[in-house]
Design a protein. Structure first.
Length: 74
């Protein structure tokens, strides 16, 4: 399962984990860095500055629960 871990750059506390969203889209052509960031902004709040929001794509093995960092989106 592909999951996006979202982080916010806090000028005082540094990088803060704010949440994770599972990828549900079946068509990979619809998945871009911009659409993932916009989805995160919509879920986690419009008051987040896009330049301070970033994500890491990870894969979670459904059987073991192990987390693997995926290749970044192109």
């Amino acid at each position: 399962m592909v999951v996006y871990e979202f982080y916010w750059r806090d000028p005082i506390k540094g990088y803060q984990f704010i949440g994770a969203l599972p990828e549900k889209r079946k068509n990979p052509l619809r998945i871009t860095q911009g659409t993932v960031k916009n989805w995160g902004k919509k879920i986690f709040g419009n008051n987040i500055d896009m330049k301070d929001l970033f994500f890491i794509q990870v894969t979670i093995d459904k059987n073991t629960g192990k987390v693997f960092q995926s290749d970044p989106l192109n």
